[in-house]
Design a protein around this ligand. Structure first.
Ligand code: ZN
Length: 385
């Protein structure tokens, strides 16, 4: 082929061939048939392309076999391969705008469940299914969680507790399944409501994620939640649910004891057994800290476990009344509150956790009702993300 599309950095082989086909005004399937590849579906070339298909592509395009293989997932670590979703439709609008010909390039990076932003432009990736994403606005926790998730996929899960253990905790039920409460059906269509009233009444799982990232409950309606029971199933979960998990991860790894305590306080007997099973995989010193904190809560010494203490002592700020002096007091208050628990950490991680803490506290001080919200999966979300 005399003319080829310019391959983007990290572009998938199927994406590059699709854009090359667009230059010749033919469909990707027609191009594949013309070159004589054995693989019938162009996307299947990305995962494990047969050697003779690569050889034919070398002849047809003049690009080296090594470069073509680089565009596939052939060399991806085993831990990552299980997470690749080759059907992913996520794209970066800015990348699409820059592409020539103007067919959306698809990068290898965008097929991972923990990729929510374009590495080149920093903007959020878009896909056909982004309802509710706007409600999950804790960007700092989402980015931190996505970073841990990536490390887990790359075989470098080195957090304490491990990212895998935190994932399992967040996806575990903290209460026994129960039918939807009336307010959980507030945004449901009449058809869905009628469905809910049929016998037997459907019971929904109640996951620990909702305790750590309560905004998940606003972002995704109860009848629309499809989180799997173990994290490898997250590969094909909806973007909004994966993002909620990333936020939960970011918060729980930054504040493991507070998060565990928060979940345990919302458990029923069924959930407590399950959550304690998951916590058994956590390091001994954290489990000891959780036990101490539970005893304190029971004896009334620390009645406000989930980062409330600092916020309660801090001046009550509103967006208009906060002065610099008050903010300084608030920052000092946060540092004093958490100094002991942060002292053993490297400086970078200490700052990271303090930043997350400050953001979470400021979030909690914001006015309770956001007039822009219209319940789960509103049409406004789609326009803005
Ligand atoms: Zn981009």
């Amino acid at each position: 082929m005399p003319v080829l599309a310019k391959a983007e950095v990290d572009e998938r082989l199927s994406s590059w061939l699709t854009r090359t086909a667009a230059i010749y005004l033919v469909s990707p399937d027609a191009l594949v048939a013309h070159i004589g590849l054995r693989t019938k579906r162009i996307r299947d070339l990305d995962l494990d392309p047969p050697a003779d298909d690569i050889a034919r592509l070398v002849v047809a395009t003049g690009v080296s076999a090594a470069r073509l293989s680089q565009m596939t997932f052939r060399d991806a670590p085993t831990s990552l391969r299980g997470l690749i979703d080759i059907e992913s439709r996520a794209v970066c609008p800015t990348c699409v705008g820059e592409a020539r010909p103007r067919v959306a390039p698809r990068l290898r990076e965008w097929t991972y469940p923990f990729t929510f932003w374009c590495a080149k432009h920093g903007g959020r990736l878009k896909s056909a299914d982004i309802d509710g994403v706007r409600v999950l606005c804790d960007e700092a926790s989402a980015r931190r969680g996505a970073r841990y998730w990536r490390a887990l996929a790359m075989g470098a899960d080195e957090t304490a507790p491990t990212t895998a253990a935190v994932m399992n905790l967040l996806l575990a039920p903290c209460r026994s399944p129960s039918p939807a409460a009336p307010w959980e059906l507030a945004g449901a269509s009449p058809c869905m409501r009628a469905e809910q009233q049929k016998e037997p009444i459907r019971a929904y799982p109640r996951l620990a994620l909702s305790c750590v990232a309560p905004e998940y409950d606003s972002a995704v309606a109860i009848y629309d939640r499809r989180l799997p029971q173990e994290f490898y199933g997250l590969t094909t979960a909806r973007a909004v649910e994966r993002r909620a998990v990333a936020i939960g991860l970011g918060r729980t790894i930054a504040f493991p004891v507070e998060a565990a305590l928060c979940i345990l306080q919302r458990c029923d007997d069924f959930g407590r057994r399950r959550i304690e099973e998951e916590l058994a995989a956590w390091p001994t010193h954290l489990r000891a800290a959780i036990d101490r904190a539970r005893r304190c809560v029971r004896s009334g010494v620390a009645p406000t476990p989930w980062r409330r203490t600092a916020a309660d002592r801090a001046p009550r700020l509103t967006p208009r009344s906060g002065s610099d002096g008050q903010l300084d007091d608030f920052a000092r208050c946060l540092v004093a509150e958490h100094e002991a628990s942060l002292r053993h950490l490297p400086v970078e991680e200490r700052l990271d956790r303090l930043q997350a803490l400050a953001q979470a506290e400021l979030e909690s001080l914001r006015p309770r009702v956001d007039p822009g919200r219209r319940g789960p999966a509103g049409a406004r979300d789609r326009a803005d993300v």
